[in-house]
Design a protein around this ligand. Sequence first.
Ligand code: HAM
Length: 419
Amino acid sequence: MSGVPDHLRRPVRGMRDWLPPQFYALRRMEEVLGAVAESFGYRRVETPVVEHFEVLAKKAGEEVVKEIYYFRDKAGRELGLRFDMTVPVARVLSYNLDLPRPVRWYYFTKVFRYDEPQHGRYREFYQFGVELIGSSSPRADAEVVQVLAASLEAAGASNYLVKINDRRAVDKLLESLGAAQYRDVVYKALDKKLKLPREEVVGIMTEGGLSREVAEKIYDAAGELSLEEAVDVLSKLDPKLGATYGKFVKYLEASVPLEKMRFDMSIVRGLDYYTGIVFEAFVGDYRLAVGGGGRYDDLLGLYSGVPTPALGFAVGVERLMEAVGLQAVEKPLDYYIYIFDDDAYKYAVAVARKLRAGGHSVVIELGEKSLKDAFEYALKIGARHLIIIGRRELEKGVVKIRDLEKREEVERPLSDFLA
Ligand code: HAM
């Protein structure tokens, strides 16, 4: 028997199988992160994996549109797999206009991007995130960053750094340099600042039509600052923006350690729907961003026709798990029951029923193994106890319970389990 070729045994490129230990690790993340969102009053939402392609394509941006899994169904509908949850949430709210605002929702679910798979970059991956819809207050911005920080802390990533920018700051900078018409190419270049050397980033801008002098000025302006320093810089660029930012920093200061926050004008983000503050989160020396988000005040209006300010963030769950080293959670089996002949089966079932009712996991041997093989198998699958019901035990009216960790054996009356 040769079976299918190896590539058919593996998941589709860029996707992964979740065997039980990995899946339980994922579930643990889900519990921990979900509890943080819930504690801030966010409620969980889910939407279909399949979306109208038109909805997805509206404001994804050139780069992300290329990454949408696109297909037609049998009726000819143009569909796509969601590439994030922000867009589906915006769609859901466009026909639920009567929900009391602000709306606080969170999700932990699969999204899809036809990206070039590499380390930390998958085609199917999980995002945990929150969306806060219906407020333009800088307190909302501070709240969302605080939820992000609390999520990272709870996941065991207390060595995080959040890099914050405001797209309006970049726009003002460009205006002041007379380069407003080069916004797109500057965003594209700045987005690469963490990944490429200075020459190449400046090169993207000069190829896009900017003079070398202006391109270098932009590059140098996009360095890291403390949030307090950023308030001064933004106030000089635009007093109103500076004042709003000042409030945001004040609220943030009350809720998170500011030393874990940096202002960085190179954070512009790949998605097109952002309009205000944007941020990305990094953990320890894990190279890729584990999370990102920002304000998208124009997105909901595109679907509902009603302008609605909003912001949120999403964390890449696989990346976060890798950054904190949570890869596998073993789930031990509590009891493995071995019997010697079919007559004892009804006792095995009764014992198992009683133990299961008490919240334990119990497996009954299927009758194909010798005691020795069953014993080895029970050890391999991580069973804590082996219960033996043999002829001698039945005659005595007991079951033998062997603790496989402590290597101790006790006998318990069968009647304990039959009540
Ligand atoms: P995003 O930055 O595109 O933002 O994705 C959020 C996070 O998902 C990233 O920081 C990264 O950790 C993870 N991620 C992205 N692409 C991949 C991939 N190919 N493989 C594995 N992980 C990946 C958003 O999706 C926005 N919807 C966030 C947001 C919510 N903005 C406002 N609200």
